[in-house]
Design a protein around this ligand. Structure first.
Ligand SMILES: Nc1ncnc2c1ncn2[C@@H]1O[C@H](COP(=O)(O)OP(=O)(O)O)[C@@H](O)[C@H]1O
Ligand SMILES: [Mg+2]
Length: 287
């Protein structure tokens, strides 16, 4: 499903002394099956932006266009609700919203509401849980006997179980142990590559942006200030500094190397392999 933001502004607590414009004339779109990252400082509007995707927050001005639906300030919840199966949002610290006393009931809760085929859902959810390294008796377990990392993974699967076309992840790995991090990040990439899901990842981790995203959108004070490839973004240090962003480790390494030798390599590497290739080319050229 393609998602288009058409001049979207959003004002919190409009008409009160606490009125605050968190989104300012956002024009952008999200193509089917691509992997997006949304980055920007805390308070820049990322979480507000993603809640516009399925009408949890409706634009104060402008519209969000889904397949056959245009969400505006006037849209009725009843009309938007069916789209919440197609657009899954994993909020920050989603484990805090677990409430069922078995994993099975937890993952079936959403699909039941949307009247999905629960046998199929169960099979799919089970497969996802296996990908994330759980034991085979996981369905009968209670989420509340688990570690924080395991609870996070259950909460993520309970959204993925609805088989949404668009998967939105608000800092899904914040505070996760390294192994769980790798498992969930690999799963999201796999869902994009093998099932054509659209991924929208909100993150502070620039290494993840470099490794996974095809397109990155940078928010600053409610405005979208950059859209393009990670390579285009991180290759421009001036711009990265201006946006108060960090560099991915590999880009920082290349930058330090260039400073040290007073050179500029012809491209910005986003992985170790790419850097080694550039380095070897440079070395051959030096000889
Ligand atoms: N319920 C609210 N009422 C008023 N202002 C809010 C509310 N929620 C968020 N904000 C403000 O909107 C801005 C954007 O917040 P948010 O979208 O959460 O940013 P981010 O996710 O990038 O950290 C912040 O300045 C925040 O203080
Ligand atoms: Mg946020």
């Amino acid at each position: 499903m393609k998602v288009k933001f058409d001049d979207v502004s959003y004002v919190y607590q409009i008409g009160t002394p606490f009125e605050y414009e968190a989104l300012h004339h956002i024009d952008t779109h999200f193509e089917d099956g691509r992997y997006y990252a949304i980055i920007g400082q805390t308070g820049s509007g990322k979480s507000t932006l993603i809640q516009q995707f399925n009408g949890l927050l409706k634009p104060t001005y402008g519209a969000v266009e889904l397949d056959n639906l245009k969400i505006t300030a006037k849209s009725k919840d009843k009309v938007i609700r069916p789209y919440r199966q197609k657009i899954g949002i994993v909020f920050q610290f989603p484990e805090s919203q677990l409430f069922e006393d078995s994993v099975e009931r937890e993952v079936l809760f959403g699909p039941k509401n949307f009247k999905m085929d629960l046998e199929k859902v169960k099979e799919y959810a089970y497969r996802l849980l296996m990908e994330l390294g759980f034991e085979r008796d996981i369905m009968e377990k209670s989420p509340f006997q688990m570690s924080g990392g395991q609870m996070r993974k259950i909460a993520i699967v309970s959204i993925l179980a609805m088989d949404p076309d668009v998967i939105i992840l608000d800092e899904p790995t914040a505070g996760l142990d390294p192994q769980s991090r790798d498992q969930v990040m690999a799963l999201f990439k796999q869902l994009q590559e093998e099932q054509g899901k659209t991924i929208v990842l909100v993150t502070h981790d620039m290494n993840d942006v470099a490794q996974y995203a095809e397109n990155v959108k940078v928010m600053q004070k409610g405005t979208l200030v950059f859209e393009g490839t990670p390579r285009a973004l991180f290759g421009n240090h001036q711009r990265v500094k201006e946006y108060h962003l960090d560099l991915p480790d590999i880009v920082q390494l290349q930058y330090d190397f260039e400073q040290k030798h007073d050179i500029k390599l012809p491209e910005t590497a986003l992985s170790d392999e790419e850097f080694i290739k550039l380095y070897k080319e440079w070395q051959a050229h030096e000889k």
